[in-house]
Design a protein around this ligand. Sequence first.
Ligand code: HEC
Length: 121
Amino acid sequence: MIAVTSVICAASFIASCGPVPPAEPAEENPFRDMPNSAMATRSGISLEKLHDGWGLYMRKCGECHQKKHPQDISDEGWQKIVPHMSWNAGLSEDEEQDLLNYLKAANSEAPQTGSPTNALL
Ligand code: HEC
C-alpha cells in the first residue's frame, strides 16, 4: 500500500510540474453558418431555400467526418466536391442543388480564403 501511494504521489508531482495543458477548445457555435437575410439578398436565393440547404449540411455532412465550413473551400471546390459527397450522404438531386446553393451563398459571406480542395481531385 505504501508503494502504491508513493507511485501516485510521484505521478501527481510530475503532472503538476508539467507544462500547463492547453485550454479546452470552446464549444463551437452550431449556428455559425446559419443563413441570414443578407446572405439571401446577396445570393439571390430565398432564405427558405438556404435553410433547406443548411439543414442538409447540418444533418448529413458531419456523419463521417468533421464538417468543413462553407468558407473553408472555394465555390469551385464545392462544385466539384458536392456531387461526390451528396452521393455519400444519399441526397437527391434537388437536395444536392439546395446544399450547393447554400454552401456558395454562405461562402460569399466571408473573403474567400479557401482553395479548391485537392484531397479528392
Ligand atoms: C458516408 C460518409 C460521408 C458523408 C455522409 C459525407 N462525406 Fe465528405 N468525405 C468522406 C470521405 C471518406 C472523404 C475522403 C475523401 C474521399 O471520399 O474521396 C470525404 C471528404 C470530404 C471533403 C474533402 C475534405 C478535404 O479536406 O479536402 C469535403 C469538403 C467533404 N467531404 C464534404 C462533405 C459534405 C459537404 C458532405 C455532406 C453532403 C459530406 N462530406 C458527407 C465521407 C463522407
